[in-house]
Design a protein around this ligand. Sequence first.
Ligand SMILES: Cc1cc2nc3c(=O)[nH]c(=O)nc-3n(C[C@H](O)[C@H](O)[C@H](O)COP(=O)(O)OP(=O)(O)OC[C@H]3O[C@@H](n4cnc5c(N)ncnc54)[C@H](O)[C@@H]3O)c2cc1C
Length: 433
Amino acid sequence: MTLTQTTLANWGNYPAIEARVATPESIEEVRACLLSQERLIARGNGKCYGDAALGPSVLSTLRLNRVLQFEPQTGQIECQAGVLLADLLELVVPAGWFFHVTPGIKFITVGGAIASDVHGKNHPAKGCFSNWLHSFELMLASGEIVTCSRTEHPDLFWQTCGGMGWTGIILSAKFQLMEISSAQLRQMTVRAADLDRLFSAFEENRRWPYQVAWLDGMHPHGRGAVFLAEHLREREASSPLTFPAKKSVNVPLFAPAWLLNPLTIKTYNELFYRKNQPNEKVVDLDACFYPLDRIGHWNRLYGRRGFIQYQCCLPEEQSLEGLKKMLALIQKSPETPFLTVLKRHGERPPEAVHSFPIKGYSLALDFPRTKTIFHLVEKLDDLVWSLGGKIYLTKDACSAPRMGQVNPSAFGSEKFYSLLKERLLQPDKRLEE
Ligand SMILES: Cc1cc2nc3c(=O)[nH]c(=O)nc-3n(C[C@H](O)[C@H](O)[C@H](O)COP(=O)(O)OP(=O)(O)OC[C@H]3O[C@@H](n4cnc5c(N)ncnc54)[C@H](O)[C@@H]3O)c2cc1C
């Protein structure tokens, strides 16, 4: 199995490294690659933001992309790990099925969904991807393949969900889909002039299965809009069960670094706030769950230096005051947050030790990677830690190692090695600006 030298980065375009990448098409090729390398890391579609799916040797699963079994009567599906959620949607939606849990992007692989144990806008009711996972096949460092489920190798099952690829290579997975009778949703927008009202809007609208908010991170009081949604029933819907993904426009080149500056972001926030008047409308699955996917390569808007996403989760009782403190810290700094997303989270099953969400609220903030961004991240880390919060490792590129609350040395094998793992094992390493 040959490995090809290439420059590789994840969605944040930072860090970018020279890596050797193999793209096997069969299980035998996966094994051959694994055994030929001293260390390597599995990679799905590189849609984590920071340094998780990066290392000197990388095994891409993108050609392990076959659906193995789909039962339209029960909604159980089995596929190889490199299948994209986008491809599954075209198959399952016309048969009346959708994902119980989906992140805000459809261009991720099933392997990536498990290794990050992704969550969606319905975490209090549906939990993470692992909640709906029956089993998966995992190739260990020795090349042996084990089936992991809640009853077979349960420790390995739970360590792999959210385990960032450090237990082995997920080859295939079997999981349960959710029945839908229409491909449309009712979506309601509630606008809020400050963070207190934004929180009230979440709390008063708990009956809606999907809740997510946009927050104006530059506004002194943290104004925003909460988007609530629920699936329409068959008789309410006007379109058939299909998944016509919206045509996307593409950002063809890296934008100049100055494009996203305080003035342009403030203007964008003002327009976005005005545009999102309180309203109720019917939208399709693509518009509701994957609005950002319509702009291909939008990460290039941040320029070649890339960007950092800081996503943290705070315990419920600390969330409102904690987020106010975070906003104050950010607004005192020279950094400018863009695309700020707030979500409510429910309880975490005790076995799901590596899943990111804890009961409370999470905030995701994108920052252009300026020369000074790491200073702000350090301060945010200290604040989030003092409030009992944590960060999401799949988005991380520069937080303090303690912040993900995962200890990489607890993962037996040294074979599975990423830059993220190395960074978390070296607490004192300073990042270059
Ligand atoms: C626009 C956008 C929106 C997002 N929204 C959300 C959201 O709402 N909720 C959420 O939870 N996440 C969200 N994410 C993050 C994304 O869902 C995760 O990072 C996901 O893991 C990416 O999947 P991938 O296939 O691209 O995996 P990669 O980015 O390639 O890899 C991610 C991790 O999974 C491991 N991995 C991948 N495949 C395998 C495998 N076969 N075996 C073992 N390990 C493997 C890698 O080693 C790495 O540690 C978002 C990302 C973007 C870009």
